[in-house]
Design a protein around this ligand. Structure first.
Ligand SMILES: Nc1ncnc2[nH]cnc12
Ligand SMILES: [Zn+2]
Length: 333
């Protein structure tokens, strides 16, 4: 049995495996510029975040109907549950779909169809987090929040993703203020490729409760001290950092140093179909590459539930936390 854990940094569009992409392309009459799933997989050699995003947005053209989004979530939950995920807070990128004529209603209703049966089918509790694309105008984010209003009962929070450099958090102050006024929780990608100052802005200007990635905080000792003191959770994604060249090899990843510095770290898979592993694989990889021991893996699992948005269900959180404390390690995840 794998270590029970929550996944807090997972882009549902990043779970689109090559085989499912080809199946959906066939179903929807979409022509893909790759001969087959293997040829597509061989294209997964990225030099930075942007080179990944170009392929990621391109492949999303196969997602068109509610069924497609429901099938995507089902495939993710089945894999995640098998790797010990008990709770998943799932990002989606509405603008990547509305820009190509798929309505936000199709996206949310499709995702929700699978999420509504996630507990019963896979034993996984879930939340949805709607992300704004930071390389799009702030007005587009505001329009997206407006379009999401009929679906807010399904959405727990908002996030900020896509190309980071040159798109500081402060660009999205108005939409985050509006989201907060609607009672939505707030997170944002910061310090993945962008500078440590973006992490500070995400906290102080956008009012986020967690930082997605936050890797580059390590360049600023005062910021590290603040993040540790305020127990700000960081949703790190070590396999993503290797594939997008933020670190050369996993052995160089600062996760162990970050934990030693008192940071509230979690590990997550980001876009597992593209980056070589789901979250259980990630736990296994950091155990192997960084020598994290059983109690450090337990800390990461504990943090994942503490940092989750299960505040509306403390009984469930306590149950998950008890599972973590009682877990007996037989193998490394
Ligand atoms: N790692 C990442 N960073 C920014 N935006 C993303 N969208 C999907 N994955 C992302
Ligand atoms: Zn991400």
């Amino acid at each position: 049995m794998p270590l029970p854990k929550a996944e807090l940094h997972l882009h549902i569009e990043g779970t689109l495996e090559p085989e499912l992409a080809f199946a959906l392309a066939g179903r929807n009459g979409v022509e893909l510029p790759f001969a087959d799933a293997d040829a597509l997989r061989h294209a997964y050699l990225f030099k930075d975040l942007q080179s990944f995003l170009d392929l990621y947005y391109g492949l999303m053209t196969v997602l068109r109907t509610e069924d497609d989004f429901a099938d995507l979530v089902d495939a993710y939950l089945e894999r995640a549950a098998a790797q010990g995920v008990r709770h998943a807070e799932i990002f989606f990128d509405p603008q990547a779909h509305t820009a190509r004529g798929v309505t936000i209603g199709t996206v949310v209703e499709g995702l929700a169809r699978s999420l509504d049966r996630a507990e019963e089918r896979y034993g996984v509790s879930t939340r949805l987090i709607m992300c704004f694309l930071r390389d799009q105008p702030a007005g587009s984010a505001l329009a997206t929040l407006e379009a999401a209003k009929p679906y807010l009962h399904r959405i727990t929070g908002v996030g900020l993703d896509s190309a980071e450099a040159g798109h500081p958090p402060s660009k999205f102050r108005a939409v985050y203020d509006a989201a907060a006024a609607l009672g939505l929780r707030r997170v944002a990608h910061a310090g993945e490729e962008g500078p440590p100052a973006y992490i500070t802005e995400a906290l102080d200007v956008l009012g986020v409760e967690r930082i997605d990635h936050g890797l580059r905080c390590m360049e600023d000792a005062e910021l590290v001290a603040r993040l540790a003191r305020e127990r700000i959770p960081l949703t790190l994604c070590p396999l993503s950092n290797v594939r997008l060249r933020a670190v050369d090899v996993l052995e160089d990843h600062p996760l162990a140093r970050m934990m030693a510095a008192g940071l509230m770290c979690t590990v997550n898979s980001d876009d597992p179909a593209y980056f070589g592993g789901y979250v259980g694989d990630t736990f296994h990889a950091v155990h192997e590459a960084l020598g994290l021991g059983d109690e450090q893996l337990r800390e990461l699992a504990r943090n994942s539930f503490l940092a989750s948005f299960l505040d509306d269900d403390e009984e469930r959180r306590a149950r998950y936390l008890a599972e973590v404390e009682e877990y007996e390690f037989e193998h490394a995840r």
